[in-house]
Design a protein around this ligand. Structure first.
Ligand code: NIG
Ligand code: FE
Length: 392
């Protein structure tokens, strides 16, 4: 399943893939493989009739955090809303407290355990956001822990999400916090090479359109492209803002308007769908998938793995949910977590199996591609190769 080609999966039957120095050197039907290339190969791996896909690219996660929010989830089941809990100073702010209080070693151990589960399901590239520190040292500590996750053999892209919630210390000084983000955190993260992008949460319980605009513009000024948590719980016009500022993506988008979707299509801004959050929050309003399709907006799928709205570390469950809850086809959902999500991270060297791309592969013992979307959890990759190196 190459992700490039005529059928929706880009299938090549009886495929052979030659890898040299971490890059795909040849790919095609076994009968056509150059004989000397096979005889001189240092290692030959026979997958015994399974399927191979590009390694999964999960482009929206928050897997570095302290504590968990199981108690809060119980309250939500009892009928208290996510917004209400946030309004009482719980929600994201309770994870901020737990993250600030956690040792760096604890944050590392917990994040590694989460990432290991994702690698078991074929992830070779992951984006990780900050956003539970909300002060300079803790935001940078989160990004450092995230960067360190590359020791597990995957590519890690990091995003500064300091504009995730207003920290308690700034409750009477919103402007002061946005200044801190724009004038200290973004320049520091950019200067230290700790972040690859900047994100903000544009929502009634978080930051306004104007505040998010300031944050994303500060990112652009320091060479960091924008992402945006947009129109998740209400339509503030986040999709249009993301499009107008040339953000790489707008994410969530349950309440995005037709005008917002059209602006995204025009600007080439991807829609990152996060069905895990929609599911876990028991939302009813779905993102306008058909409108995105009409306007040619790339449909990307990610886990949004986080302790509050999306406690899910199995990317294949997000792929399943994107099909069952949002009506994507399995081929669309798989492309949304390979080729199209690689595009959101600006990593055009992966996400498709073809000559010259990075050899990031996931191998599966399944009988047809749709099985990756069909099972609700439980499928593990048979082998995972990142940059030509086997990590599972
Ligand atoms: O993507 N929407 C905002 N941020 C996260 C939720 C974080 C949390 O609840 O801890 C999200 O859903
Ligand atoms: Fe998120």
């Amino acid at each position: 399943m190459t992700g490039a080609g005529v059928d929706p999966y880009g299938t090549i039957r009886d495929v052979t893939i030659l890898i040299r120095e971490g890059v795909i050197d040849w790919i095609g039907p076994a009968g056509l493989v150059p004989v000397d290339a096979v005889s001189s190969a240092r290692e030959v791996v026979d997958l015994g009739g399974g399927w191979v896909t590009p390694g999964l690219v999960d482009c929206h996660t928050h897997i570095v955090f302290g504590g968990n929010r199981a108690r809060e989830w119980e309250r939500r089941l009892e009928g208290v809303s996510y917004k209400q809990i946030a309004g009482e100073g719980g929600g994201i702010l309770s994870t901020v407290l737990a993250t600030r209080n956690a040792t760096t070693a604890q944050l590392e151990t917990d994040a590694r355990a989460r990432l290991n589960k994702m690698i078991d399901q074929g992830v070779t590239t992951i984006e990780v956001k900050s956003g539970y520190g909300l002060d300079l040292p803790n935001e940078m500590r989160m990004l450092e822990v995230a960067r360190g996750l590359s020791e597990l053999g995957v590519t890690v892209s990091t995003t500064l999400l300091a504009a995730h919630a207003l920290p308690q210390e700034y409750v009477n000084n919103r402007g002061g916090y946005v200044d801190l983000v724009c004038e200290e955190m973004i320049p520091f993260a950019a200067g230290a090479g700790l972040a690859d992008a900047v994100d903000a949460f544009c929502e009634g319980i978080a930051f306004t359109v104007d505040e998010c605009e300031r944050v994303l513009l500060a990112g652009i000024k320091h060479g960091l492209p924008g992402r945006l948590h947009a129109d998740q719980l209400s339509d503030l016009g986040g999709a249009s803002l993301a499009a107008r500022l040339g953000a790489l993506s707008a994410d969530h988008l349950e309440y995005a308007s037709e005008a917002g979707a059209a602006a995204m299509g025009e600007a080439g801004c991807a829609a990152v769908l996060l069905p895990g959050a929609f599911y876990s929050l028991g939302e009813r309003q779905k993102p306008p998938i058909d409108v995105f399709r009409e306007h040619g907006v790339p449909l990307v799928v990610a886990t949004d793995a986080n302790p509050g709205s999306s406690p899910i570390v199995q990317p294949l469950i997000a792929i399943n949910q994107a099909c069952v809850l949002f009506g994507l086809t399995p081929a669309e959902a798989i492309a949304g977590m390979t080729r199209l999500s690689a595009g959101v991270l600006g990593l055009e060297d992966r996400g498709v199996l073809e000559v010259g791309r990075r050899a990031d592969l996931a191998c599966w013992s399944i009988s047809e591609p749709a099985e990756l979307a069909y099972w609700v959890g439980g499928v593990q990759a048979q082998a995972v190769i990142s940059g030509g190196r086997r990590i599972r």
